[in-house]
Design a protein around this ligand. Sequence first.
Ligand code: SAH
Ligand code: SF4
Length: 351
Amino acid sequence: MVPPLIYDYQLSELTSLFESWGDPPYRAVQLWQGLYKHFWNSPEQFTTLPYNIRTKLSDHFLFDGLIPLITLASSDKNTIKTLFKLHDGLAIEAVLMLYEKRRTTCISTQIGCAMGCVFCATGQMGFKRHLTKGEIIAQVLFFARKLNITGDVITNVVIMGMGEPFHNYANTLNAIKQLNDPEGYNLGSRRFTISTVGLVPAIRKFSMEKSQVNLAISLHAANDSLRSSLLPINKTYPIDEILDASREYVSLTKRRITFEWALVNDVNDTAEQAHLLGSKLKGLLCHVNAIPLNPTKNYEGKATTRQRALQFKSILNNYGVPCTIRLRRGVEINAGCGQLASIDQNNILTA
Ligand code: SAH
Ligand code: SF4
């Protein structure tokens, strides 16, 4: 049997385990600091711990839950995508983006996705399984380790990789909490953003947590018939319910909410959609992040044009709704939004 991944354990659990071994609690703190402050990922690196503890640790735990298989860099070298093999042979992808002073990692929460959004490569591959808390954490630490070599650090974590984070709610939120720990990795909640397709009960639950984690909702259409044709989950949680939950989130947390919109030419980049969206979002503390659609294998829609994107933005602005047209990044290495799919999945399974 494969031993459990060390990042799946909290400090309190490791402390109890050490106690059961007859080792003092400060040894668990040293382990924790090795994991989260030095990013050590093999027992031999824990030179702060006596040899007998290191041996016990390597017998009990997996330190390397993610095996990097392929890393691709965009031509400007500012976007890096890594394909990881997991202990069960399945694979995920995660991305590191370097722009200006930001070092943002985009991480996955599931292998595949059950939501089936038509223009998303992850949705097109179907759902394989949830990632554990430790597998989510390990992605952040992988890039933290990489940046640490040059004395650099991750500034932001966006949970916008493969999968629907609110479908794997507890593992996602617990991973963030574990990475918040001031005794460990110490990255504050405000540095994290969760993007959801709009699972209303989970949005409501998240609002109640009064967390400082940023929330983004993938809207992509302003009326139900269009949204249901792009995002099938809209049949369960239609737009007005999502917007009600969004208003509740803003009033409970006093935080601005982001709506994401992949601009597809002549589908959802029309003046009509912009007017409808503007009238629905008017007065809400929010921001629209629009991004020209990234290409994926099984969707024929095309990216909007610059002119149409600017028209969309200016209509929203007339309703007092702020909108940013984001640059497409990492598209040539399929590292853009919605392009993560570990398409080599089958090869890896047979490798
Ligand atoms: N499941 C979550 C987060 C992962 S997807 C969600 O859907 O929000 C991250 C973002 O990429 C979402 O806003 C999603 O709608 C968007 N996206 C998916 N496919 C895309 C594509 N082909 N081009 C641009 N954005 C896309
Ligand atoms: Fe899943 Fe998000 Fe892709 Fe939709 S856009 S299929 S929710 S990962």
